[in-house]
Design a protein around this ligand. Structure first.
Ligand code: CMP
Length: 166
């Protein structure tokens, strides 16, 4: 009997904790990674881009301004090495400060990609970040992880555990 009461009380405790946001997170809560690119930083769009992300009900739990060296940028974009746009991409990504972000939420990876829009801002849907702030296919305002595997690789490239607040 005492055992049953204990189990009942423990289950109630877990439910109460979940109501207040404690305890294990549902499976679909994901972390994604984004970079506000140098052109968008230079043109003063940091605040507007962050506002779009937060208004989409995605939470920023890591944020830093930094500048990529050529070695950093080539390593970050290693999968594109050899492609015709690689050199231009590295030149653009190292041309000034960037803002790196860890973005968290339900299905964050897919939802952030939708909010970011197509790679080419001219083809991006209305109400996307690239439609609003991208200039061309290289200076397309923002990068966002394209998969869970990419997010897992990209987040620690910029952030350690003490710099994230999930
Ligand atoms: P991003 O999402 O950061 O990933 C790779 C980047 O390469 C892309 O955004 C663009 O900035 C840049 N890029 C330039 N030309 C192309 C292209 N034809 N296809 C894909 N990416 C391109």
């Amino acid at each position: 009997m005492l055992q049953k009461i204990c189990v009942f009380l423990f289950a109630g405790l877990l439910q109460t904790a979940a109501c207040f946001g404690f305890g294990p997170k549902p499976e679909t809560i994901e972390q994604s990674f984004a970079i506000i690119k140098p052109t968008a930083v230079r043109e003063g769009h940091i605040g507007a881009i962050i506002e779009m992300i937060e208004k989409a009900n995605l939470k920023i739990n890591g944020l830093k301004m930094t500048k990529l060296s050529v070695i950093d940028a080539e390593s970050f974009y290693a999968e594109h090495k050899g492609k015709p746009f690689f050199k231009e991409l590295i030149t653009m990504m190292t041309s000034g400060p960037i803002v790196a972000m860890v973005v968290e939420g339900q299905d964050a990876i897919a939802r952030l990609r939708t909010l970011v829009g197509a790679t080419d801002p001219n083809k991006a849907a209305n109400d996307t970040i690239r439609k609003a702030f991208g200039k061309n296919i290289t200076e397309n305002a923002i990068h966002a992880s394209d998969s869970a595997e990419s997010a897992i690789r990209e987040i620690p490239f910029f952030f350690n555990s003490r710099e994230m607040f999930p």
